[in-house]
Design a protein around this ligand. Structure first.
Ligand code: ZN
Ligand code: ZN
Ligand code: ZN
Length: 146
């Protein structure tokens, strides 16, 4: 099982008063999303350290600084929410049922996907701004089996 939560960063056995959004599993605790030091390499799609040349293809470079941590759990959760927003897709379609748009209640078969969950939204509202509104404060502690 994977246990997702904002956790205090530990260095040398002591908490440093800053938080990352992390996953805990059998292998330990790891920062995830934009709190992670790893990014997908734009050249080879492998995993590469932030701010370093990609070790796999030695061409791509990940031009972001690693996340230094956040003063509160809520800010760490928000950093992860931004990662999920950037990874959201807006092309979902339920062929078999109609659903009410989460914003205006108009019937729709279309949905956006945020953090592997569907958010039913009409053509007018199936965009990042609406998803941003709907997911405010929705990233917290979570458990997943993958
Ligand atoms: Zn972060
Ligand atoms: Zn690469
Ligand atoms: Zn709508």
């Amino acid at each position: 099982m994977n246990y997702y939560a904002a956790r205090e960063i530990i260095r040398g056995g002591h908490g440093i008063g800053l938080y990352h959004y992390t996953v805990e599993n059998g292998g330990g605790i790891f920062p995830v999303g934009y709190c992670s030091s790893y990014r997908t390499c734009p050249t080879c799609n492998g995993q590469a350290m932030a701010g370093m040349p990609c070790g796999a293809c030695e061409r791509g470079a990940i031009k972001v600084d690693p996340c230094p941590g956040h003063p509160t759990k809520e800010e760490a959760e928000e950093h992860y929410r931004q990662y999920e927003l950037d990874g959201a897709s807006f092309d979902g379609m339920d062929e078999s049922a109609q659903h009410k748009c989460a914003i205006c209640q108009v019937w729709t078969q279309r949905y956006a996907t945020f953090s592997s969950k569907p958010y039913y939204l009409c053509d007018e509202h199936r965009n990042r701004a609406a998803l941003d509104t709907l997911t405010q404060g929705r990233v917290g502690e979570a458990v997943s089996s993958w």
